[in-house]
Design a protein around this ligand. Structure first.
Ligand code: NAD
Length: 324
């Protein structure tokens, strides 16, 4: 069972699980995900899609041996638009997913986030770091929901109610991210393809580590297959400044976009880089896809999507405009 399975990461997980020969139950209320993300899977044997809000009770007939719990808004634009829904998905939604896993005797893997570290004072961030989170700032609806989710998963685990694992996912990107979801990579790509200014917040000196979706999915499934409870950081430890990422995307897209500085959002983290010693030593996992390679694949996918969705007038497709 993949909650949030019609989202960016969830749809890749569903795809990979089906490829591995697993039956997949995808549960999603499409609040930020899209039915078309899994449309190509709908007629595959072993795939079932249920439209459902995970904060509500869900009765599933038959066995479930693994719950990959991803249901939650994840992009800052989405969770700022859906603050209470995000808190509910992280709290009530996680409890419901845990109760279901406990009733079925399933292992549950929580898709947590590097945001639990907040604006970190320790660098790079190991799992032992407790974080530096503003509990009442605008981003807290996401950060604290995930911290609550982690606390709940840990409590069920300690009480022996179910077998669990926590993955702390760092910035992951790839095909199927919505161009308007406000996250750095799809925003920069969209701007570069439209030859619009690439909007870098602040001076662009803040760092991010970006991990290609294929690597993150492999990490989540390796964790699911293990007995490790975590938390385990999953991310790419190559640290890049936001300006470097903007420049790389501009070059790969062959774009002439200027880079424009805009105001940084409240509580924007200054440094983000995972310490992946635990994932390396306990799971034998590390990312393989380099930033230029992953960004090139993502740009190619975005280019094709832009061509497909460009408006058709008089039987001729017009060049894509992101404003349309
Ligand atoms: P996404 O928004 O594309 O996917 C989230 C999915 O969850 C969507 O399909 C959405 O409709 C669904 N959802 C939200 N609330 C729901 C609810 N109450 N009931 C049922 N479905 C619900 O985001 P994503 O990037 O694919 O993120 C997936 C998960 O991974 C999230 O939990 C996120 O916190 C975590 N994560 C992602 C990243 C990243 O960089 N992509 C980083 C850290 C953590």
């Amino acid at each position: 069972m993949v909650t949030g399975g019609a989202g960016f990461l969830g749809s890749h997980l569903c795809e990979r699980l089906l490829w591995l020969g697993t039956n997949v139950l995808c549960v999603d209320n499409f609040v930020t995900g899209l039915p078309q993300n899994v449309a190509h899977l709908r007629h595959r044997r072993g795939f079932r899609l249920i439209e459902h809000d995970v904060t509500k009770p869900l009765g599933i007939r038959g066995p479930v041996d693994l719950v990959l719990h991803l249901a939650s808004a994840a992009s800052p634009l989405d969770y700022l638009r859906l603050p209470v829904e995000t808190l509910r998905a992280g709290s009530q939604g996680t409890m419901r997913a845990l109760d279901l896993a406990a009733a079925k005797g399933a292992r549950l893997v929580l898709a947590s986030t590097s945001e639990v570290y907040g604006d970190p004072l320790v660098h790079p961030q190991p799992e032992s770091y407790w974080g530096n989170v503003n509990p009442i700032g605008p981003r807290s609806v996401y950060d604290e929901a995930k911290r609550f989710a982690e606390a709940t998963v840990a409590a069920y685990h300690r009480a022996g109610r179910c077998d669990t694992a926590i993955a702390r996912i760092f910035n992951t990107y790839g095909p199927r991210m919505r161009p308007d979801d406000g996250r750095m990579v799809p925003t920069f790509i969209q701007q570069a393809l439209a030859t619009e200014p690439i909007t870098v917040t602040g001076r662009g000196e803040q760092t991010r580590s970006i991990c290609y979706v294929e690597d993150t999915v492999r990490g989540l499934l390796t964790l699911a297959d293990s007995t490790l409870a975590g938390p385990v950081n999953l991310g790419n430890p190559q640290e890049l400044t936001v300006r470097e990422i903007a420049e790389e995307i501009r070059e790969l897209a062959g774009s002439d976009s200027p880079i424009r500085a805009v105001d940084a959002p409240t509580d924007d983290p200054q440094r983000r880089c995972p310490d992946i010693t635990v994932a390396r030593s306990r799971l034998g996992w590390r990312p393989y896809v380099s930033a230029p390679e992953g960004l090139r694949r993502t740009i190619d996918w975005c280019t094709v999507r832009a061509e497909r969705t460009a408006p058709v007038r008089g039987g001729v497709r017009e060049p894509h405009s992101p404003a349309s």
